[in-house]
Ligand binder design. Structure first.
Ligand SMILES: NC(=O)c1ccc[n+]([C@@H]2O[C@H](COP(=O)([O-])OP(=O)(O)OC[C@H]3O[C@@H](n4cnc5c(N)ncnc54)[C@H](OP(=O)(O)O)[C@@H]3O)[C@@H](O)[C@H]2O)c1
Length: 289
């Protein structure tokens, strides 16, 4: 089996390639200089030349707030490039793993979203990812759509890294406490994606670490795990307006993982502790206070 991974320079793509290494599966981790996702023809041509058995598409336009002002660019990358990838996978018979997001849902209520619940993205990024999903579902039979949320990994920027940076200059932080969801550690997700792509259990999945929390609760645990004394005070999202609206409820049900016999990811507290060790090992942790 030969796999093309996009977004090798990002959080998830990097860890997927590490996992493929561990599994001794042949792959190529593509970066921007291999093809720019704004150039659909270049994307297709690269895939045709490489002839993978599967594409794990981890690259995306991920700047949620900026997307509100860069609608065209966001859609070129998250919609047009996905169409090109899906069409090319279809023509060469390759499987496609498409990574999506909790942002496809409206984020109301307190229930866990099932995979087929009504979609209503609140922002440009969410709409572009949903449109990508619909293209994949329409054009392909051999696809995995995997919705994830609150992503963190060693190779890139994320909420945990922002909190650790803020701890260098702040003893007190005010963080939103009315958005509830589940963090996703790319080192935990990558093995699941690799198991999926080695199977024929196609479909739509939700895959995050187990357990839910608010951003404020997540922040408190980050400082605790890193041995940093920062006091976190909760505040509602309404007191911290952002360019893109965000869902309050990002709870996602894992029933489709169960049905297909895939194991859930570990609890997020455990994932966070392992990530802090990983940061420590590369010297990316601030001094304990
Ligand atoms: N981050 C989250 O919290 C989150 C939440 C839910 C779902 N997701 C989804 O999860 C997936 C992985 O996210 P991530 O956090 O690993 O992303 P990330 O760290 O932001 O990485 C994005 C990757 O996409 C590449 N990319 C962006 N524009 C490109 C272009 N025009 N041409 C070629 N490559 C381009 C980037 O390359 P450069 O390094 O060259 O820019 C980078 O490798 C994405 O599909 C994302 O939508 C993420």
């Amino acid at each position: 089996m030969k796999i093309l991974v996009t977004g090798y320079s990002g959080q998830l793509g990097f860890d997927v390639c590490r996992e493929l290494d561990r599994r001794k599966i042949s792959y190529y981790g593509a970066v921007r200089r291999d093809f720019d996702l704004t150039d659909a023809d270049a994307v297709s041509q690269f895939i045709i030349n490489y002839k993978p058995d599967a594409v794990i598409h981890c690259a995306a336009y991920t700047a949620v707030d900026k997307a509100e002002d860069e609608v065209g660019l966001c859609r070129k990358i998250n919609v047009d490039a996905v169409r090109a990838i899906a069409m090319t996978c279809c023509s060469i018979g390759a499987k496609l793993v498409y990574i999506s997001t909790d942002y496809v849902f409206p984020g109301d209520g307190e229930e866990f979203y099932e995979i087929n619940d009504a979609k209503k993205p609140l922002n440009v990024y969410g709409q572009s990812k949903l449109d990508g999903e619909r293209i994949v579902e329409t054009l392909l039979e051999k696809y995995f759509i995997v919705r994830i949320s609150w992503v963190f990994g060693i190779n890139g920027h994320n909420f945990i890294r922002s909190m650790l940076n803020l701890s260098k200059t702040h003893n007190n932080l005010t963080i939103v406490d009315d958005q509830i969801g589940s963090p996703t550690y790319t080192a935990d997700l990558a093995p699941l994606l690799c198991s999926m792509v080695q199977s024929d259990k196609y479909g739509i999945y939700h895959a995050t670490n187990e357990g839910i929390c608010s951003w404020a609760e997540f922040a408190e645990n980050i400082f605790m795990s890193a041995g940093l004394k920062v006091r976190v005070t909760g505040q509602p999202s309404s007191a911290y307006p952002t360019r893109a609206k965000r869902p309050l409820n990002s709870r996602m049900s894992k029933k489709s993982l169960d049905k297909a016999g895939f194991k859930h990811l570990p609890d997020w507290h455990d994932a966070l502790r392992r990530y802090i060790y990983e940061l420590q090992a590369v010297g990316a942790l601030p001094e304990k206070q």
